[in-house]
Design a protein around this ligand. Structure first.
Ligand SMILES: Nc1ncnc2c1ncn2[C@@H]1O[C@H](COP(=O)(O)OP(=O)(O)OP(=O)(O)O)[C@@H](O)[C@H]1O
Ligand SMILES: O=P(O)(O)OC[C@H]1O[C@H](OP(=O)(O)OP(=O)(O)O)[C@H](O)[C@@H]1O
Length: 210
């Protein structure tokens, strides 16, 4: 039996990911130990886990280097890869939103400058509402951009709203609800259907219980 490979997003969602996988009976406990190791093997279940940057999870899965991936919906919307997305895991919950200063009249629909880590999501959203915008790609601390005149608004993730509030910004429009999702390579779903469906069903039963 060949190993199935599961790509996990490093960072914010990785702990909840490993906990959920562990509660399905898979063994990835080694991943919780602080180390620089990026690949882990569950010999009993013939599964390998790889730890990659969130934005790279869809790439590994689309090319078949991983059969399964677990990653935020924000990354899936931004990367728009050709994958199956069979399951919402119900954690990593936040929203993708347009935000700007309290005094900005967003409804005036003028030609805004938009700072964001998500240029594709932003371009699609503003085109769908018929607004002509200039998109400025940043890598983080996006809330800073309107404060120092780099942009008029931002498109970013909002969870508690603290980052917006503490920088004098508010949500103008919500673009999408975000949470961690399971994705599957299309060929793997055919070739390893039974094993992959088994993992999805086990994850699904843990999601229902939580
Ligand atoms: N404030 C937040 N609240 C809840 N979930 C979030 C929040 N910010 C990000 N996420 C979710 O967690 C995932 C990982 O976020 P994380 O901050 O670890 O990575 P990143 O900063 O997007 O990636 P990179 O390390 O490449 O910069 C995101 O893709 C998103 O789905
Ligand atoms: O609504 P909140 O609970 O304040 O969370 C939202 C913040 O969390 C994320 O940033 P992150 O911490 O990943 O840092 P970043 O700016 O480097 O992306 C996101 O980009 C927001 O800035």
């Amino acid at each position: 039996m060949r190993y199935l490979t599961i790509a996990l997003a490093k960072g914010r969602i990785s702990d909840e990911c490993t906990e959920m996988l562990e509660s399905t009976g898979l063994n990835c406990s080694e991943m919780k130990i602080e180390s620089r190791k990026l690949i882990f093997t569950d010999e009993k279940n013939k599964v390998k886990f790889i730890l990659v940057k969130p934005a790279d999870v869809p790439t590994y899965v689309e090319y078949g280097s991983s059969d399964i991936g677990i990653v935020g919906k924000d990354v899936l919307l931004e990367e728009a890869r050709d994958l199956y997305e069979p399951l919402d895991l119900g954690f990593g919950i936040c929203r993708m939103a347009v935000a700007g200063p309290y005094n900005l009249d967003f409804k005036s629909k003028k030609a805004y400058k938009v700072a964001t880590k998500f240029p594709n999501i932003s371009a699609r959203y503003f085109s769908s509402v018929g607004m002509d915008v200039k998109i400025i790609k940043l890598s983080g601390s996006v809330e800073l951009a309107p404060l120092i005149g780099l942009s008029d608004v931002i498109v970013d993730l909002v969870q508690t709203g603290s980052t917006l509030r503490e920088n004098g910004l508010e949500i103008k429009e919500v673009i999408a609800d975000i949470s961690a999702r399971v994705v599957v390579n299309k060929a793997s779903m055919k070739l390893e259907n039974k094993r992959i469906i088994d993992i999805i069903e086990r994850l699904q039963s843990v999601v229902k219980r939580s």
